[in-house]
Design a protein around this ligand. Structure first.
Ligand SMILES: CC(C)(COP(=O)(O)OP(=O)(O)OC[C@H]1O[C@@H](n2cnc3c(N)ncnc32)[C@H](O)[C@@H]1OP(=O)(O)O)[C@@H](O)C(=O)NCCC(=O)NCCS
Length: 237
């Protein structure tokens, strides 16, 4: 497969393209007023918490004071509490982070965040990719990744970030991490490094934040206008 084919998702027989063409997943920009509570619900799934660096759990884990204590100790480290209010506040105070949501039958079933990298860099970050347990293996993550790529790659005049690549991190050795890696690999991401202990995420068993290793993954973007149009996130509503 050439790189462009990999970027565009391969042949017309790609099952995700068919499923998405069937119109059952829509990706749009998040409307934080309406969607933050739904995003909190997704982040709070026990199957998700360990995969998200610094998305502090609020329902299934310890009382808030531990999270507050952690935040005091590590003021440099941004913690998103998985409550609607904290999520709203996070995105409002981090305008370089844009949240996308995936919708099936009017329900928010997934989310991902695209981050504009620092001044002078030409890549964007994709993080906080989450799909509701019951809606997995239907191409929802794939749709979010593709829409994130279209938004990152599009020109500034077209409402995009004009990035030429996307980077993401996958936290290693937590249940399901091979699924996350497989989902990214399938649409052309390559591992370019392993970073021992470079991130913190929640440990469901120990009930605290722990250091974890990550895979850093990367994909160069080179999209055709038709793909940009097809996948560019819809307006928030
Ligand atoms: C990883 C995650 C986002 C995948 O979401 P999804 O909507 O089920 O992914 P897709 O349906 O788009 O899957 C695309 C491909 O990825 C691979 N894949 C996805 N989940 C997989 C799993 N659990 N095991 C093996 N392969 C998997 C498959 O190749 C799949 O294609 P197929 O269904 O045609 O075989 C979801 O499982 C999740 O929310 N996990 C917890 C949070 C997380 O790990 N986030 C990633 C942080 S980097």
């Amino acid at each position: 497969m050439t790189q462009i084919e990999a970027v565009k998702g391969g042949s017309d027989g790609d099952p995700h393209r068919e499923r998405l063409a069937a119109g059952n997943v829509e990706v749009r920009f998040a409307n934080l007023e309406r969607d933050a509570a739904e995003m909190a619900r997704l982040f709070d799934q026990p199957s998700v918490i360990e995969h998200l660096a610094a998305v502090a759990p609020s329902i299934t884990t310890r009382p808030d004071r531990d999270i507050e204590r952690y935040a005091r100790r590590h003021p440099e480290f941004k913690i998103v509490r998985a409550t609607a209010e904290a999520i709203r506040e996070y995105y409002e105070s981090n305008p370089s982070s844009t949240a996308l949501v995936a919708i099936i039958d009017d329900r928010v079933v997934g989310t991902a965040t695209i981050e504009k990298a620092g001044f002078g860099t030409t890549w964007a970050g994709l993080s906080r990719l989450v799909v509701e347990d019951e809606y997995r293996r239907r191409g929802v993550a794939t749709a979010l990744i593709r829409s994130g790529e279209a938004f990152a790659f599009a020109s500034v005049e077209d409402g995009g970030l004009k990035a030429d690549a996307i980077q993401a991190g996958v936290i290693k050795d937590v249940e399901g991490s091979s699924g996350a890696l497989a989902a990214f690999s399938k649409v052309g991401y390559r591992v370019f490094g392993e970073r021992p202990g470079n991130t913190r995420s929640w440990d469901n068993e120990r009930q605290e934040f722990v250091r974890r290793d990550t895979f850093n993954i990367y994909k160069e973007l080179d999209q055709r206008r038709s793909a940009l149009k097809e996948y560019f996130p819809k307006e928030a509503y």
